[in-house]
Structure formats: C-alpha cells, structure tokens
Design a protein around this ligand. Structure first.
Ligand SMILES: *[C@@H]1O[C@H](CO)[C@@H](O)[C@H](O)[C@H]1NC(C)=O
Ligand SMILES: *[C@@H]1O[C@H](CO)[C@@H](O)[C@H](O)[C@H]1NC(C)=O
Ligand SMILES: *[C@@H]1O[C@H](CO)[C@@H](O)[C@H](O)[C@H]1NC(C)=O
Ligand SMILES: *[C@@H]1O[C@H](CO)[C@@H](O)[C@H](O)[C@H]1NC(C)=O
Ligand SMILES: *[C@@H]1O[C@H](CO)[C@@H](O)[C@H](O)[C@H]1NC(C)=O
Ligand SMILES: *[C@@H]1O[C@H](CO)[C@@H](O)[C@H](O)[C@H]1NC(C)=O
Ligand SMILES: *[C@@H]1O[C@H](CO)[C@@H](O)[C@H](O)[C@H]1NC(C)=O
Ligand SMILES: *[C@@H]1O[C@H](CO)[C@@H](O)[C@H](O)[C@H]1NC(C)=O
Ligand SMILES: *[C@@H]1O[C@H](CO)[C@@H](O)[C@H](O)[C@H]1NC(C)=O
Ligand SMILES: *[C@@H]1O[C@H](CO)[C@@H](O)[C@H](O)[C@H]1NC(C)=O
Ligand SMILES: *[C@@H]1O[C@H](CO)[C@@H](O)[C@H](O)[C@H]1NC(C)=O
Ligand SMILES: CC(=O)N[C@H]1CO[C@H](CO)[C@@H](O)[C@@H]1O
Ligand SMILES: [Cu+2]
Length: 820
C-alpha cells in the first residue's frame, strides 16, 4: 500500500505574479536580427538519422518517387515489445496440445463443449526489466507467451490467462502458470467466466425456435422470417454486455432486417421488436427462460399474449413502419457530381522519397529527432514504446487501452448496449489500408499479425508511416519590412480498425516543435435505433430510424518519462483575482493570476478538463529545472473535443469501465497495473478481471514513475448527415502533448524549410532561404511522375494466413476475417 510511502508534504500552492518586463512596442521593427538560439543540448544516444541521410544519398536520381520508401535502418536494441515469430508461436501451440491437463481440442474439431486455444501472443515485459535492457547493459527480458484458453468442457465455462515459457519452447524447461499479476479480480486466479460459450446454440436453436413461433406475425409485419432457412431475411442480435445484475444473466435481442445489397447496412435496419431471455440457469438451452416480447413500448410476457394482442379485432394493433434497405443506406457515389469534381484534386508527393528510416525486422522508426518502437497486439492494436526526442525518452508507452460505445434509448436493445471493443479486439480488425485514401500514396507500410484458431493472420500494409506538410505554417511573422514563415512538416503513424459497424482511424503525429498528438476519427455505419417513442434519445433521421444517442470513450495510456522516471503532475490555473499593487494608487484591480499546485497522491488524481480550459496539466521533473528555475516538462492538452462517459454508475457496465469516468487519471506506474481493462471485462461486470477503480489506493504521485490514462471520445447524437456513414471531419477527438519549458526555445527553428523575405518601399531587398541544399539535383532526387496519383488498387489482397498447427509455413492462403 502506498499510503505510508507517501511522504511528500501537502501540496505547495504558490501564486505567481507574471510581471511583464517587456516594455518595447512589440510591433516595432527589430533593430538587430533576432538571434534564434538553438539551446537544447540533451545527451544524444547517437547521431540519429546519419544513416538515413547516407541511404538517401545512395539513391539513383532516375528512381521514381513512388518507390522511394523508408530507408532501411538498424534498431539500436531489439524490439522487446514485438510479436512472436512464426516458429515461436508454432512451438507454443504444439507444446500446449501436448499438455494433457489442458485437455485441448483443435479449433477445427471443437464444438461448444471443448477447450480451445483462444490466443497466443507475446507477453509484454515488465517495465523495470525493459528499462534495464533498453537504457542499460542488461540482457533482453526473457520472452514468454501470453496464452488465453477458452475452457468450455465444463458446466461453468471460463477463459484462463496463462503464461507459457520461456521461449523458444524447450520441452525440458517449458512450463505454464496462471497469469494473475496484471489483473485485480477479487477471485485472483486468472480466470473469468465465459458468457458467450453457447452463442451458437442461442443464435440457432433458441432464436430459430422463437422466430418460427411468431412467423405469422413477422410475415404479416414485414413479409419476412428467421427460422434458419434459406429464405431468412431477418437477423436477430442483441445487447452487449448481457445484464449481470443481481446474479442473473439476462439478454435482450432485437429483430433487424438483413441488408439487401453488398453494403453493410444491417445496423440501419431495426424493426422495433425485442425479446428477453433469462440464461441464469446454465448452459443447456432447455433451461433458458423466455421472458417476453416488447413492441411499440408495450411489454407482452408471453408469446400468446403478444399474438392475442396482435390479431385482436376489438383493439387494433398499432403497427409501425419497418426500416427498409435502399440507396439511402449505401455508400457509393450518388447524386449530381460536384462542380469541377472530375478534375484531379491537389495531391502531396514526396519528391526526395521518404526522409525517415525503419527497421522492418524490429519495427523501429526514426524521423528527424524522434524514434520509437511499434508493438501490435490483439486487444488494442498499435502501441508505441520508448518514444524519444533526440535520444531522450518522452514516453515509455503510448497506446489505446479500451474503447466503449455506450448507448441509451427507449428500447432495451439500445438501453442495454455498452460495447467494450477490446472484447472483439482492435488487432483482428486492423485491416489493410487503402493507399492514396487512408494514407498518402507515397507512405511506407508495415504488416501486422494476430493469432486465431491455430493460425496467424497477417494484415498486409495495415500501419502506414509518412511525412506530410500541413496546409498551415508552424510559424509566421510579418512586419512592414519582412515576413518570416516556416513550413509545418510532420510525421504520422496511422492504423484503422473496423470493429463491427464502426471504423476507428488512429493517428499518432510528431511535430518539429517537439509536440506529439494522438487522434481518433470515426466513420462507418452507426448503430441506429427504431424511431418509435425514442425522441428523448436521438434525432428522427429516416422513415423508421432514430440516430441512437451514444458516448464514445477511448482510453489511452501515456506513460511519461520526463528526463527519467521521477515525475510529478503540476496543475497551473489561470484564475480571476482582485489585487492591489504598489502602483495602483491603493485601488484593488480586478485581474487574473496563476495558481500552481501539485497532485500529491492517487486520492486526487482523477479529474476533468476544468472550466474554460483554464488549467494546464503539466508532467514535470522537479529535479530538472531549466536555467530560469522552471521545471522541464510536457503539457497535456485537448487537440479537439474529448469526452468521458455521461452515464453514472452504468447499469450495463457496473465495475467494467471505471476508466471512462474522468478525462484525465494519473496513477503510479506498476507492473501489476499495465492495462486499464481486460478484453473480457464484459464477461463479469460485477467483478471484472481488471477494475480500474482499484488502481486508486492513495499512492504518492510526487517524483514517481507516473502513468496518465487519458480519455478521448465523442458524445454522438447521429443526425441525418450520419447516413449512410458517419464522417471523419467532425467525428474526431484528439490530445496533444507539448513541451513546456522542456527546451529553452522553440525547437522548430532548426528546420531549414523556412524563409525570410525582406522588403522596403514595394521592393524585395533580400530573400533568405534557409535550405542551403536546394540545388536542382537535391530537390529532385527522384523522378517526379504521377504514379502516386494512379495507385494500383488491384493489389489489395486482405489478410494472409499461416497455419500454426500443424505448422505449415509454406502454404499461406488468403482469408480476411477478424474472428471466425
Ligand atoms: C493525499 O493528498 C491529499 C490532498 O493533497 C491530502 O489531503 C492527503 O493527506 C494525501 N494523502 C496522503 C496519504 O498523503
Ligand atoms: C537508372 O540509372 C542507372 C545508372 O544510370 C541505370 O543503371 C538504371 O538502369 C536506370 N534505371 C532506370 C529505371 O531507368
Ligand atoms: C476433456 O474435454 C472433453 C471435450 O473436449 C470432455 O468430454 C472431457 O470430459 C474432458 N476431460 C476432462 C478430464 O476434463
Ligand atoms: C513482473 O512483475 C510482476 C509484478 O511485480 C511479477 O509478479 C512478475 O513475476 C514479473 N515478471 C517477470 C518476468 O519478472
Ligand atoms: C516435445 O514433446 C512433444 C510431445 O511429447 C514431442 O512431439 C516433441 O518431439 C518434443 N520436442 C523435443 C524437441 O523434444
Ligand atoms: C413476400 O416475399 C416473397 C419473397 O420472400 C415475395 O415473393 C412476395 O412477393 C412478397 N410478398 C409481398 C406482399 O411483398
Ligand atoms: C420461408 O420458407 C418457409 C418454409 O417454406 C415458410 O414457412 C416461410 O413463410 C418462408 N418465409 C418467407 C419470408 O417467405
Ligand atoms: C507484408 O507481407 C507481404 C505478404 O506476405 C510481403 O510481401 C511484404 O514484404 C510484407 N511487408 C513487410 C514490410 O514486411
Ligand atoms: C528517483 O527518486 C528516488 C527516490 O524518490 C531516488 O532514489 C532516485 O535516485 C531518483 N532517480 C533519479 C534518476 O533521480
Ligand atoms: C451503482 O448502482 C447499483 C445498482 O445498480 C448499486 O447497487 C450501487 O450501489 C451503485 N454504486 C454507486 C457507487 O452508486
Ligand atoms: C545535395 O546536398 C548535399 C548536402 O547535403 C551536397 O553535399 C550535395 O553536393 C548536393 N547535391 C547532390 C547532387 O547531392
Ligand atoms: C507490388 C505488387 O505486388 N505488384 C503487383 C500488383 O498486381 C499486378 C497485377 O495486377 C502485378 O503485376 C504486380 O506485380
Ligand atoms: Cu458514434
């Protein structure tokens, strides 16, 4: 327990008066050219980018630009956060099948009552071991596999996280043990119940039986049935997570029309009929209880009651319109083309080829003064590690933790829905990117892989890396004698995960001023609601549709290491103040001032962006003051809107997503608290594998290794413009991390992509081009052609699969399916 460790004094609240000493007219012309200091002299691990420069120099100048991908470089250290090799995975799988006590069945042969391997992936190393290797001379941490077993050969099916190793597997040394330390479930045995073990029975046996029972009604309402026959045009699916209050397991399911074309419009076709099932009794479908129908906000406890009401002659049954698929729900070009739209729009090219390097084996990237390692896992997709600027680590880890979409509505389907998306996983759905659309045509791509059913699937070209020039400068200033202006060239890593109906585009950007941003944009199909009676929960957006209100909250881990791991969180607020000054002739002046305070411990470390955005959140190193006595640090600030969960104490989520409750949450870094959630938190919302609220046990946060868990998100009330798909212009949330007194001045001054033009009396007197390397040869080191514009899209292939058991590395095949 940290309470006793917390020896820091009570927060020192100091007020600072900012007395401006600038007296000169800021609009006056400078008499001497300002000498712009390049003041930062941090320890440089090595001269970065020298090898990138050499690689660029080697290029023949008749190469076309489209082919000048990132330069091959060599990572300074192995990527200890990287994926298992094919051989390592195959070794683990073979070994697992040889352990009789695990009683495993191969996925192809397994039914609902067999134990299967759900997941095999690299176990992430403890930070302490990782740093000893990355920063020191220690050997790389011993490799283990994180395996998730789906144990269904029992009345009480459960998932079990286990650790297998060391790797590579050797029959003499290999062993497995329950993996418990990263989780905090009360039972603490690395197991969580499986509430979806009988999904197949549910969606076939149970649903088809009910579908047949009310076929007379569905035929009359919609000329459609769901009975497991060829002519089914209805589909049934329901809430997630299932209701788990009071030791009962209840589901609500809804009837939807099937989409009638290749488009994925199913979530736009609700029909307004719902039913309840109580599955508390166990796994056998004969023990499940049908609990009633809901239509038009009227609940019928039995099918007989529903049928009687439906066909009643005395009290005519009120039928509502069904949602009907059509062009309104399809995404292809439609309508009169826009003026001049047939001409090609402007396009960026990379005339010198890529100006960055990647070690494809280690997934290590260098761009200008930045470097980082890429990691990829099933649950959360991309995570970045050891993000450095000029060799100095800024962040140990940065990446998505969990994403929820919490709906509400008059009906139990919308009311009961609060998706926790890592259940489905961001890794399995990080599909191949579309060149020239998701990323510029000149981007460099990285493959990613995930394990499923004794195979490894590779998403080809699923992460892209590229440089771009913003359509606005990073700096400018004009006077009546000169203008100085600098391009905003920045570097991007992007991946897109399509989890069900929604496409999340994740963008990590690195800027020349030392700032870093994380953004998420959403597109794809909304999950709509049936409109009847839903006016308090969404706009009426189509004949039978309500744009079902929902919150998106996406949690990111930002493990800052500012000049070491001893960091503190300083809050600096601008506050209104009434102050009498020696010069104010005894009069109080209404003005404002700064208030500074430190977050002392985990009892006060969860909070929201304050009113009026007046509070700066600074992660500083109190032992690293700059020469003016200010702490060097990084500031965290919203880039575009963010959100936390509106619902308090959600009946759907109970203890499964306490991470969504605030905008910003700081904890002390611990190897036992590596992730905000477990992918199967939705299987036990009362006592989930990871209950984030338990992270807050009062530990000290002054001069400690800190982790920020920050939420991005959107309060989404879909309007007509969300049809057919939500658009990424506005479905957008982002956060920035910016240096705050970290350098002695703006480090973007180093870029040569700036210019100063002096002029007087209508005549240009001097043009200072800072890029001294602008000979024609250097500008065009590759042949500019229009290849990027005409990207060949016939090479989009989808995922490649390699069978692991039996191991068959030489016969890869194509199959793009996240989870079978
Ligand atoms: C935690 O911080 C609060 C507020 O600064 C303070 O009241 C409390 O005493 C601190 N707890 C410990 C254990 O230091
Ligand atoms: C590029 O130039 C080199 C050397 O002049 C030549 O060997 C090579 O064939 C040329 N390549 C193309 C694609 O024209
Ligand atoms: C092993 O699993 C099978 C189903 O795959 C089951 O029938 C059998 O009872 C299980 N054996 C043990 C010892 O649990
Ligand atoms: C990682 O840290 C946890 C918690 O301290 C510990 O239980 C575990 O053994 C460590 N793992 C390794 C490989 O040292
Ligand atoms: C390890 O054990 C398995 C199962 O008993 C066996 O098939 C395999 O050949 C063994 N491997 C080695 C290297 O001994
Ligand atoms: C009902 O659907 C069937 C096809 O499933 C179609 O042949 C029939 O014309 C439809 N009836 C009406 C009234 O639309
Ligand atoms: C589908 O076929 C079954 C069996 O022939 C029939 O009972 C049902 O009415 C059909 N459904 C529709 C929508 O026509
Ligand atoms: C991605 O996978 C494809 C297909 O296996 C392969 O051709 C390509 O070289 C891989 N790309 C990288 C960067 O490894
Ligand atoms: C971090 O703080 C601890 C004690 O709070 C101290 O022992 C350690 O030397 C500090 N580390 C650095 C790099 O200053
Ligand atoms: C949350 O709601 C449940 C009932 O749904 C209640 O038992 C529990 O006490 C509530 N918790 C809090 C912190 O309000
Ligand atoms: C390009 O710029 C470099 C300096 O980086 C210079 O040495 C070289 O002569 C220039 N020209 C060519 C053709 O590389
Ligand atoms: C890079 C690559 O795979 N290019 C292939 C794209 O597809 C065409 C055929 O459509 C092949 O000829 C190229 O080799
Ligand atoms: Cu949304």
């Amino acid at each position: 327990m940290g309470i006793l460790d917390c020896l820091s004094p009570r927060a020192l609240v100091t007020s600072l008066l900012l007395l401006s000493t600038v007296t000169e007219d800021v609009f006056a012309r400078p008499t001497v050219e300002p000498k712009l200091p390049w003041a930062y002299k941090g320890p440089s691990r090595k001269k970065m980018s020298n090898h990138i420069r050499r690689a660029m120099g080697k290029k023949a100048n008749n190469e076309t630009c489209a082919k000048t991908l990132a330069k091959d470089i060599t990572a300074p250290k192995a990527n200890i956060w990287g994926a298992l090799s094919d051989v390592e995975t195959a070794g683990v799988v073979e070994w697992l099948f040889a352990q009789p006590e695990l009683n495993l069945t191969t996925s192809d042969d397994a039914g609902e009552w067999d134990n299967v391997i759900q997941l095999v992936e690299a176990m992430w190393p403890n930070k302490t071991d990782a740093l000893a290797y990355v920063d020191g001379t220690a050997a790389p941490p011993t490799k283990y596999a994180h395996v998730l077993l789906n144990n269904r050969a029992t009345e009480t099916p459960y998932y079990a996280d286990i650790l297998v190793g060391p790797l590579p597997i050797d029959n003499k040394t290999a062993s497995w043990e329950p993996l418990t330390y990263p989780y905090n479930k009360n039972t603490g045995d690395g197991k969580v119940r499986n509430l979806v073990a009988d999904s197949e029975s549910f969606y076939t046996e149970w649903v088809y039986k009910l579908g047949a029972e009310i076929a007379d009604i569905t035929l009359d309402l919609w000329n459609a049935t769901v009975m497991g026959l060829e002519n089914d045009t209805l589909v049934v699916w329901g809430i997630d997570p299932v209701w788990q209050e009071d030791n009962s397991i209840i589901r609500w399911d809804a009837f939807w029309a099937s989409s009638t074309d290749l488009f994925d419009s199913g979530t736009l076709l609700p029909l307004g009929l719902y039913f309840m099932t109580d599955m508390t009794a166990g796994r056998d479908p004969s023990t499940w209880k049908f609990e009633g129908w809901l239509y038009n906000n009227i609940f019928y406890e039995t099918t007989e009651a529903f049928r009687a009401a439906y066909w009643s002659e005395s009290a005519p049954f009120e039928k509502n319109l069904p949602a009907i698929d059509g062009e309104w729900a399809w995404t292809d070009q439609a309508g009169e083309p826009l003026p001049l739209d047939e001409y090609h729009p402007p396009e960026q090219v990379a005339p010198a080829g890529a100006r960055f390097g990647i070690d494809h084996k280690e997934n290590y990237v260098e761009w200008q003064d930045y470097s980082f390692y890429i990691s990829f896992n099933r649950d959360t997709g991309v995570n970045l590690y050891d993000i450095r600027y000029k060799g100095e680590r800024i962040l140990y880890e940065l990446g998505l933790q969990e994403a929820l979409a919490h709906y509400a509505g008059i009906d139990p389907m919308q009311s009961g829905t609060a998706y926790l998306d890592t259940f489905y996983g961001f890794g399995p759905y990080a599909f191949e990117l579309v060149q020239g659309y998701d990323c510029p045509a000149y981007a460099t791509y990285v493959n990613t892989s995930f394990y499923i059913a004794e195979t490894t699937h590779t998403h080809i070209n699923s992460i892209c890396l590229f440089e771009a020039t913003a359509d606005y400068p990073i700096q400018r200033h004009s006077t009546d004698t000169f203008v100085s202006i600098t391009k905003n060239n920045y570097f991007v890593l992007r991946s897109v995960s399509t989890v069900g109906n929604y496409d999340y585009t994740f963008t990590y950007s690195f800027f020349v001023d030392g700032s870093i941003s994380v953004e998420v944009r959403a597109s794809g199909y909304i999950q709509s609601a049936y409109w009847a009676n839903n006016g308090d929960y969404g706009f009426h957006i189509h004949d039978a549709l309500s744009g079902s209100m929902h919150d998106h909250v996406l949690n990111f881990k930002a493990d800052f290491d500012i000049l070491g791991t001893n960091n503190s969180v300083e809050l600096m607020s601008m506050v209104p103040a009434t102050v009498t000054y020696p010069w104010s002739k005894g009069k109080a002046r209404n003005t404002m001032k700064l208030e500074r305070t430190f977050i002392e411990n985990e009892t006060e470390s969860r909070f929201n962006w304050g009113e009026n955005g007046a509070t700066q959140v600074l992660i500083v190193n109190e032992d690293e003051k700059n020469k003016y006595g200010e702490y060097r640090g990084y500031r965290v600030l919203p880039y575009t809107g963010t959100s936390h969960l509106t619902v308090k104490n959600s009946s759907n989520l109970l203890n499964a997503a306490h991470w969504a409750e605030y905008d910003l949450q700081f904890t002390k870094q611990k190897d036992t608290e590596p992730r905000v959630a477990h992918a199967y938190n939705n299987m036990d919302t009362v006592d989930p594998p990871v209950d984030f609220a338990k992270f807050f046990d009062g530990e000290c946060l002054r001069k400690e290794d800190l982790v920020l868990w920050v939420n991005l998100g959107m309060h989404h009330v879909p309007h007509t413009g969300d049809l057919p798909n939500t658009v990424m212009t506005t479905a957008h949330s982002g956060i920035q991390f910016m240096p705050s007194n970290y350098f002695l001045s703006d480090v973007s001054r180093r870029t040569v992509h700036q210019i100063r033009i002096d002029y007087e009396d209508g005549v240009t007197s001097h043009v200072e081009e800072f890029n001294k390397f602008t000979s024609a040869d250097n500008i065009t080191t590759c042949k500019l052609d229009y290849t990027p514009v005409k990207t060949n899209h016939w090479n989009y292939t989808g995922d490649i699969v390699v069978r692991k058991f039996p191991f068959d590395p030489n016969n890869p095949f194509f199959d793009t399916q996240g989870i079978e």
